[in-house]
Design a protein around this ligand. Structure first.
Ligand SMILES: [Zn+2]
Length: 477
């Protein structure tokens, strides 16, 4: 990314010298938050200011924010956890949370949506296309006792989806409900300025870079994160930290009882360096991996990956490589994982397979990952073909999956097979040129499936048919 800025700057100078219009600096939305975590009351309280620009072609009468934290409240209709995982993640039995938003300034606010999942703010006059809106508010999040994306776990406090975040725009503000499988989160890249205070005994792994100071028993983090789609943290009284670097980027690993932290850190460093070489420059000034109480193997956030604290050691490198690949396929190049989960999950898992081929020390190969995906998908297909008409289309909203098994089989396993078939058909030269073009063209943006497909179809016309057969469910594997 540094190289990108230098080239951009040089082009601006050239434009100025030639008397061409100067380059306008890109303004991103900005969230400013002052947060305090109090373990005794299980609360995260915050003051937040948001500055938004209406980049759409329609005026905004109402501005909508997702309230992800309300999925954890008592009586929620769209639960964050399915029946399979509920007994394990609610380690003390049922526990509830939720978010209360108060003191909203900048418009009339109300909680709405299908499941109290949306904060609507009506500004005094519509925000015109190209216009700016500013809001401020206070919020208090009650943290459930749960090992999940938001809550107080047995050894870690996970803080993601805790603040009102602007809804994804797709011709209008999209209102997503929480789903027990997949990641229902889609948001635009923005800048964050965060101050976070909590008892000094905690260490915090977070999106962004910053400083930690401690006084009077409290630790204070001052954090800046630019061009990120989300802001997340994980806190623990038991974290140890080891650090390294990859391609000039500092890499940190916050761990609990990982028996081989150096190996996990190395997987993070090596995969970051490999993806930078294979796809495009890493856009952020740091990268952190944290061991976390989490039921689904791992979870990606910008500049931050969580890996589950109960991973079998042999699976750790795959999870680390997969989550690190999400820095390209989710964090830098955004997509819509609510409707098209395969687009980032399939690419992330496929990228991990590529990484293993270049790093034989992990004793897995590209062929191993692809054939494991084929076996898993065929097993799923034989079951689902008996159970129903055959649920094989990859292009589907998260709410339409029958459960975690279908989600895993279609978004991950079939996704790996799709990109492997494209690679075989196109040959490495054209295939990797397409992936690089996709990474470059959509960095900082949100790409639709059609935009991804166009990168491949521009280099191999038959790619369009391959995508159509996989996404629509017609192909036989
Ligand atoms: Zn993933």
């Amino acid at each position: 990314m540094k190289r990108f800025f230098i080239v951009t700057f040089a082009l601006c100078l050239l434009a100025a010298a030639l008397g061409l219009p100067a380059c306008a600096p890109e303004t991103r939305d900005r969230y400013t938050m002052r947060l305090v975590f109090e373990p005794l009351s299980r609360t995260l309280s915050g003051e937040m200011g948001v500055r938004l620009t209406n980049r759409t072609d329609r005026p905004w009468d109402t501005v909508c924010f997702q309230l992800w934290a309300n999925a954890f409240r008592e009586g929620a209709k769209y639960l964050p956890v399915g029946e399979t995982f509920a007994p394990a993640v609610y380690y003390k039995g049922a526990s509830f949370g939720g978010i209360a938003v108060t003191d909203v300034e900048g418009g009339e606010a109300r909680v709405a949506g299908a499941d109290e999942n949306i904060l609507e703010i009506v500004p005094p006059s519509p925000v015109p296309s190209g216009g700016e809106a500013r809001f401020s508010m206070r919020f208090t999040v009650l943290l459930p006792e749960i090992e999940h994306r938001l809550g107080i776990g047995q050894r870690t406090v996970t803080l993601s989806g805790f603040y009102p975040v602007l809804c994804h725009w797709d011709g209008g503000f999209c209102e997503h409900v929480y789903t027990p499988c997949g990641d229902p989160f889609t948001s635009a890249a923005a800048d964050y300025d965060v101050t976070f205070t909590l008892p000094e005994r905690y260490l915090v792994a977070h999106t962004g870079t910053g400083t930690r100071t401690a006084a009077d028993g409290l630790a204070r983090y001052q954090i800046v994160a630019e061009g990120v789609r989300d802001f997340a943290m994980v806190c623990s009284e038991r974290f140890s930290v080891c650090t390294g670097e990859a391609a000039g980027v500092p890499v940190a690993y916050y761990y609990l009882d990982d028996p081989d932290p150096a190996r996990t850190l190395a997987a993070a460093e090596e995969s970051l360096a490999f993806f930078e070489e294979t796809f495009s420059d890493y856009a952020y000034p740091a990268y952190t991996v944290a061991e976390t109480g989490f039921p689904y193997g791992g979870m990606e956030f910008p500049m931050l990956s969580w890996i589950a604290d109960d991973l079998p050691g042999r699976e750790t490198p795959l999870v680390v490589a997969h989550e690190t690949a999400h820095q390209w396929w989710y964090a830098m190049v955004g997509s819509d994982p609510y409707h098209e989960a395969w687009q980032d999950e399939g690419l992330a898992e496929f990228s991990a397979a590529l990484f293993f081929d270049a790093h034989p020390a992990y004793r897995q190969t590209y062929a191993d990952v692809v054939s494991a995906s084929e076996r898993a998908y065929r097993a799923y297909y034989s079951v689902s073909a008996q159970l129903s008409a055959g649920e094989t289309a990859m292009s589907r909203p998260l709410t339409s999956y029958t459960g975690d098994y279908a989600y895993r089989s279609l978004a991950y396993d079939k996704g790996v097979i799709l990109f492997d078939r494209l690679r075989q058909t196109m040959g490495d030269g054209r295939f990797f040129a397409a992936l690089k073009a996709y990474a470059r063209a959509y960095a900082g943006k949100t790409a639709s499936p059609a935009e991804l497909i166009a990168c491949f179809a521009a280099r191999a016309p038959q790619a369009e048919g391959i995508f159509a057969a996989f996404l629509g469910g017609a192909c036989v594997i």
